[in-house]
Design a protein around this ligand. Sequence first.
Ligand code: ADP
Length: 398
Amino acid sequence: MSHDTGLVLVLNAGSSSLKSAGFTATPAGPEPRFSGQMEGIGNAPHMMARNAAGETLADHRWDGGDAPANHAAALGVIVRGLDQALHGEAVLAIGHRVVHGGVDFAVPMRIDEATIAALERLVPLAPLHQPHNLVGIRAAAEHFPGVPQVACFDTAFHRTQGWAAQTFALPPHFYDQGIRRYGFHGLSYEYISRRITEEDPKLGAGRLVVAHLGNGASLCAIEGGRSRASTMGFTALDGIPMGTRSGQIDPGVVLHMIDTLGMTTAEVTRLLYNGSGLKGMSGVSQDVRQIEAAGTEQAERALEHFAFRVRREIAAMAASIGGIDALVFTAGIGENAHRVRARICAGLDFLGITLDPLRNAANALEISAPGAAVRVLVRRTDEEGMIARHTLDALRAG
Ligand code: ADP
């Protein structure tokens, strides 16, 4: 089959939602055709699908006993739904977002038995995410037998970081056995870096700090298109506060919780992954829209702390690459939450970061004040598009 035309499917199996997308392969690259999302798995699942024009293709809520109860069941529903919707149209390849590529996977990989075994060995490094990715790979292989599958890693983009950025201050044998900073959201950072380079090659060759602020959130320092530092570390728990995750916390607090407060590791895990961050601090929700609407003092303080931590890390990222030419906001909060962006940037004038309040409030593509030394940009991320591109490239490479 020619690798220049046909359909590329993308599966992005996250911890709370499952995203899928279809792209038409063209010689110039993948063109979006449809995208879908299932949320509320295990609770009250809701599935939506839209075509590239934004028209609704499917909108289904389950309220009875036939609701998919877990990720495996939900993936089965999605993969069967895709299969039916394609009316026999051939699928060229399937690309998967895989959270952890460990030390070895620095580029996307064609999936075979050996790759699956290697990904299974990485489960202990990302126990809450990697198993979902593997379930997606197996479901796709079962429903689309013989169709090439490609794994695209969230960690891969960061493998260009130097040793000093990747190591913890531990004896070297820990680094050698893989206990190091990996960094995540790599597909989003790679997309943003490429997009900025396409728009403005000189800026793309410079120093970018990208703030990916969604339910998961992190920052990345990119120099000349290469990741040099990021706020996430060994797991996707490190760095800035997130929707429900704590972000960076003194490891002594974890020891204290276990040794003195008598919490089990399972309880600490639940607290740090699911009960902290914006949700835990605000006592309202993980969603910035609801926290802003609540207007309570506790909600206000959660937003204040979030902005403080992101601001601090923007400066740290800039320091790791010797300066900053542009700050790029992306993902749900970064793209939409203008009050949060204003709060983050207040006090960064010393770095040359000054916002234009009206452009910021309008979610404009460029929100820096005229004449400011650093350009501040807002861009929509496209992890699925990045996966489709990698998948086609891997297919064409053979
Ligand atoms: P995920 O990491 O799950 O892909 P997203 O990147 O979609 O998450 O970000 C989701 C978050 O973005 C929401 O929880 C909410 O906090 C924030 N968000 C989305 N839209 C808006 C908006 N219009 N105003 C403020 N915050 C928003």
